[in-house]
Design a protein around this ligand. Sequence first.
Ligand SMILES: [Fe+2]
Length: 467
Amino acid sequence: MTQVTGTQLRHAARRTLADRAPWLSVLPAAAWAWWFVVVAPATVALTYAAARFPSTGWERFALLTTAASIAQLTSMRITRRRVFHPAIVFVVTGVLLLSPEQLALMCLLQHFPDWLRQRYSWYVQPFNIANYVLASLAAWTAAHAVGSTLGGSTGTMAVTGVAAASVFVVANRALLAPMLRLARGLSLRATALLDLEDVTLELVLALMAVPLAALWRDGLELALLALAPLTLIHMAQRAMHRLELASGTISAQNEHLEEANRLIVQRSTAALEALSATVDARDTYTAGHSKRVRVYALALSGELALSDAEVEAVGQAALLHDIGKIAVPDSVLLKEGELTAVEWMVMKSHPAEGARIIERLGYLDEVVPAIRHHHERPDGRGYPAGLRGGEIPLVARIIHVADALDSMTTSRVYRAAMSREAAFAEIARARGTDFCSDCVDALMRAAASGALVVEAAARPILRVASL
Ligand SMILES: [Fe+2]
């Protein structure tokens, strides 16, 4: 018999609640709790304010509410987390000039046009209104406490204004932070509510209310001039917004370009590898040669504990090492008899020619030295540069051994294939002279561990030796 656990019961209860009231599921339960903690007292304050609305001072109330509503409509998102709120100027002016009842109703009415535009989800706007009501009432309380303490002394208006502005900004953020945490799981840092630039901008907007309120006492015309800097701030924020958009577009275009570049490199490399395989296929004896060299070279890389980037270079160098043979005519490449001295010179030009082809691409630079020097010998008797020992790039030394193993174990026009054992013995004999000692040792270890397995498709076509 199965038992229903407490967790299952809670989940079932939550499901039933969500089925009955789907609107509840838009926020987690804890976020709804905070929503009610903020919205409930603000609703009480608004009801009280509506019941006791003063019969005087209508003009200021109407002007400030209209200005705040228009400013609220011009709010704009600067970055993903930052919104420019010019309405703050008028709300804090209201804190300094209006009664608490007028102030609370102003915070409600200023959000109406914005609400009608449906900029936010239905449950966001009541929270925003309640936030403004509570934060502005806290600012009003602080301003009047400071004002009554200082009395009519010099600078009272300035200190009162600073208190109102600071308390509004702090209270607004203090009410918003828990909601962002509970609803979206954002940490305080992630909300950007403590971002110095953001706090400074809002504080400056709030402080603009102080001269506006002070000048308004002497007449509205002069007070309006105090709003001139708001235009400048607005223009600067719009410019910043456009820059943000442009920066986003540039980033997106960069990503597209990088993706396109990656595809071009991928396809060009694939085309080159196909070309290299075609070069192999010119001679039926060497068909699949590069693929097998890659298998052996990668096995050696594993034994030599190369880095991922080096292994990648080994793989590409192996597939492309003989691409320079594209410049060697069939009369030389496929000649059945011995090559003349001139023909040998043409044949020996293929590493440098291959390096030149790959060098021109510009994105496989790490592979170029390996291609150029894959016929060098530690004793200095190789070509094209006659490098010795450690002067030869490691990737080139690896390719040289892998190349030799495949050449010895496949039939050529001029000789039959050797057995692997015979090839290993031959390579071991030339350890340190023809072949790099470390690479030969790695080859022997790879052979012992069974790592030199070539897939069926890349296996050489073995021919019976003809005498
Ligand atoms: Fe070669």
